[in-house]
Design a protein around this ligand. Structure first.
Ligand code: ATP
Ligand code: MG
Length: 396
């Protein structure tokens, strides 16, 4: 008998009137992701998504791995369906989980019965199946309080399903239910984590990267594209807009007081990103800023850089410690790439003594010799777009 996956829906279950819309979006997302692994049927019943391989060619392990990174799923398990009677349930457990059970010191059976027409209560099912398993595995003790291993039996509408312990899912909300946002993606540790956190709230993400060739190398650009590809493991596909930033950085260097270089550069980044965001239907910007981490990440600096945009700027890492950010980067698989040593344009023309408590009036005065609009217009005419998916070849 084949294996199928049960995906349990997380917060969606709480969403009242939106529940149906959320569920159908999640089903669509799972369906689309499963296509890469063969012919899978994906259907929803009783707040659970069923993912069922339809033929022998399906890559079941690949599909399982992918399901673990789909937002909107709180837990998931591989299980085996069987007929809804005690003999079939017992035999299926023996065949499917018998070896795991033998490796444990103690076990219990936990049953759920959502098919209320089934003639036994869940407690009765657990007692009966637990008794038979204890007899079949005399070396493994029954321990209902702190078992080493738990066998689960779920009696549902179509069949009974048996499985071992469930795994934690990616959590969050299904991609697409929370609108779209534009992430400012650098090659560092922080911004891919910020992208992940906002995507986790059901937001489709797109990215913009500012690239200062020849001050930053082709490798630096590839690194950012690779980081974006890694983020798509969770977020689905992503378009990265690479914006040539050299002319703007040189204009700042040649025309503005040094202590304001970074602030002025960041105001350009924000304004250009917000314009691309509006073209592409994104309702917010996302950055990896973190209070106090560097001179441009003080409250005063953020006031000055945020003043050029009229959509919200989400900064999900704002109050986190670096260790917490690194922990997430490792977990989602972006850390190793993020620490590769290529320059970011933020590190080109860095002032020796950056202004940490600027006022808006000072910065506007420092920009007075720049033709901001013309510089922005030219940058917007030179955007390279890259469409990425996790199944693409790694960029580096
Ligand atoms: P990260 O680790 O993400 O590079 P950081 O701590 O180095 O962040 P900064 O370099 O000051 O911080 O940048 C703050 C935020 O500005 C980044 O998290 C990112 O959102 C954005 N940013 C910086 N450089 C770029 C760039 N070249 N292109 C796009 N966004 C950028
Ligand atoms: Mg950076």
């Amino acid at each position: 008998m084949k294996e199928i996956f049960l995906l349990k829906l997380g917060e969606i279950v709480l969403k009242g009137a939106n529940k149906r819309q959320f569920e159908s979006r999640l089903r669509q997302n799972v369906r689309r992701r499963m296509k890469a692994y063969g012919n899978f049927d994906v259907y929803l019943m009783q707040s659970t998504l069923y993912v069922e391989p339809m033929d022998e060619e399906c890559d079941v392990d690949g599909a399982w791995e992918d399901c673990r990174s789909i937002f909107g799923i709180v837990s998931l398990c591989r299980c085996r369906p069987c007929e809804k009677n005690l003999d079939a349930i017992f035999e299926t457990i023996e065949e499917y989980l018998g070896e795991d059970l033998d490796c444990a010191k103690s076990f219990k059976v936990e049953s759920k019965r959502s098919d209320k027409a089934f003639p036994m209560t869940s407690i009765q099912i657990s007692q009966e199946i637990g008794g038979r398993l204890a007899e079949a595995h005399p070396g493994v003790e029954v321990d209902v309080h702190h078992p080493d291993y738990t066998v689960y039996v779920e009696v549902r509408d179509l069949a009974a399903y048996v499985h071992g312990p469930a795994e934690a899912g990616a959590g969050g909300l299904p991609t697409g239910v929370g609108g779209r946002a534009m992430v400012l993606l650098s090659g560092g540790i922080d911004s891919p984590v910020a992208a992940h956190m906002i995507a986790k709230r059901g937001v489709e993400i797109e990215a913009v990267h500012f690239f200062s060739y020849p001050y930053t190398s082709q490798l630096a650009k590839d690194k950012v594209l690779e980081l974006a590809r890694l983020v798509t493991k969770y977020s689905g596909k992503m378009t990265v807009n690479v914006v040539g930033f050299t002319e703007i950085q040189e204009a700042i260097r040649d025309n503005c007081p040094e202590e304001y270089f970074t602030l002025i550069m960041r105001r350009f980044m924000m304004e250009i990103s917000a314009r691309i965001a509006k073209w592409d239907g994104c309702g917010a910007l996302v950055t990896g800023e973190n209070l106090g981490q560097v001179a441009s990440q003080t409250m005063e600096a953020m006031t000055v850089t945020g003043a050029v945009v009229d959509i919200p700027i989400f900064m999900p890492l704002i109050g986190m410690d670096k260790e917490e950010i690194v922990r997430i980067a490792r977990k989602i698989g972006t850390f190793e790439t993020a620490v590769l040593p290529y320059e970011d344009c933020c590190t080109v023309f860095t002032p020796k003594h950056p202004k940490t408590k600027p006022t808006l009036a000072q910065v506007i005065n420092a920009e007075r010799n720049l033709d901001r609009e013309a510089l922005i217009e030219r940058a917007l005419q030179n955007i390279e777009k890259f469409k990425l998916e996790y199944h693409d070849e790694p960029v580096i």
